[in-house]
Design a protein around this ligand. Structure first.
Ligand SMILES: Cc1ncc(C[n+]2csc(CCOP(=O)(O)OP(=O)(O)O)c2C)c(N)n1
Ligand code: SF4
Ligand SMILES: [Mg+2]
Length: 311
């Protein structure tokens, strides 16, 4: 099966189909929130009936970047902060592909911040999952753009003097058309949000709170969390930009004070995605670029087919 023949094939998919044969057990530290993202993503993909061959998962660099090794679909472990440009190119080359990009807070909100802003502005049809553990995990706990003020690390031993980034507000201001925050400690909500994010036609941004018990021991483990859709105190219209903006601002400020608010914040179904705009303009090729260059006789190989475990 290829990324062309698999698309649209209607069948029941079991979430275990997304577990790779090689390295089926992720090597994240015990208790790491990243396990929660993997579980939610497998559950969401299965619920949507997506074949592994219909999905491309592009990741950045960090503990979070390992997601593409532990999720069996087409995968591209790119470079630090660059998952989004790779994902954009792939989506334009094969618009029928379900494209998911993922990476950490350092990856997406720091070094890749420029790509985040412009991918949201251009409303590329993909889901972007940011594992927000409020530090650089892989490189041993340095301060990241979302680390709270006063957070002590090897790079800020006196405590960070910087106000953290507001990722939801930034996302809204730059143009994302679906915005949510969930937490690894809430796997059911996380799965439901990923289902909606993947289904949405346009740029979906999911800020995923992931605890790092190894390097961010002082951090709140994101419990107890409040689901804003389940709580009357936070009644607002997610299709209304101003109401969404206020709810996001409150959510971001609350997190700094130890109150974890999660849920859906913004959903704009009226805006066309980038490739829909290009189709309307007449500037997308009739036959997707990827298909034009696709060799039907080529036997796709998985990474584990290429490796000899005895060497
Ligand atoms: C261009 C570049 N600069 C720096 C690094 C080193 N580096 C690797 S991962 C990382 C930070 C990862 O933090 P984050 O994106 O939050 O991911 P996490 O490990 O927390 O999931 C850094 C600085 C790199 N690989 N490439
Ligand atoms: S260092 Fe932190 S983020 Fe990385 S795998 Fe371990 S617990 Fe997870
Ligand atoms: Mg991080």
């Amino acid at each position: 099966m290829s990324a062309f023949s698999a698309i649209g094939e209607d069948r029941e998919v079991d979430q275990n189909e997304f577990t790779p044969e090689i390295e089926p057990q992720a090597t994240w530290c015990p208790g790491c929130g990243d396990f929660g993202v993997l579980k939610a993503l497998k559950g969401a993909a299965a619920e949507l009936g997506l074949n592994p061959e219909e999905i491309l998962l592009v990741t950045g660099i960090g503990c979070s970047g390992k997601l593409s090794s532990y999720f069996d679909a087409y995968g591209f472990h790119s470079i630090h902060g660059r998952s989004l440009p790779v994902a954009r190119a792939a989506k334009l080359a094969n618009p029928e592909l379900t494209v998911i990009a993922a990476g950490g807070d350092g990856d997406g909100y720091g070094i890749g911040g420029n790509h985040f802003m412009h991918t949201a502005r251009e409303n590329h049809d993909m889901t972007y999952i940011v594992f927000n553990n409020e530090i650089f995990g892989l490189t041993k706990g340095q301060t990241s753009p979302t680390s709270p003020m006063g957070h002590k690390s090897k790079t800020q031993p006196q405590g960070s003097a910087k106000a953290p980034l507001r990722p939801l507000s930034l996302s809204l201001a730059t143009g994302s058309s679906y915005i949510a925050r969930t937490a690894a400690v809430n796997p059911n909500q996380a799965k439901e949000i990923l289902v909606e994010a993947i289904q949405h036609d346009g740029f979906s941004h999911v800020d995923f709170l992931t605890q790092c018990p190894t390097w961010n021991k002082d951090a709140k483990q994101y419990v107890p969390y409040i689901d804003i859709q389940q709580n009357d105190e936070y009644d607002f219209d997610i299709t209304d930009r101003n109401e969404a903006s206020e709810a996001m601002y409150e959510t971001e400020s609350a997190l700094w004070e130890g109150k974890v608010l999660t849920g859906r914040y913004y959903h704009d179904e009226s805006r066309h995605s980038y490739h829909e705009e290009k189709i309307a303009q007449g500037s997308m090729p009739e036959k997707p670029v990827a298909e034009q260059y696709f060799d039907e006789d080529y036997e796709p190989k998985r990474s584990y087919d290429l490796l000899d475990p005895h060497k």
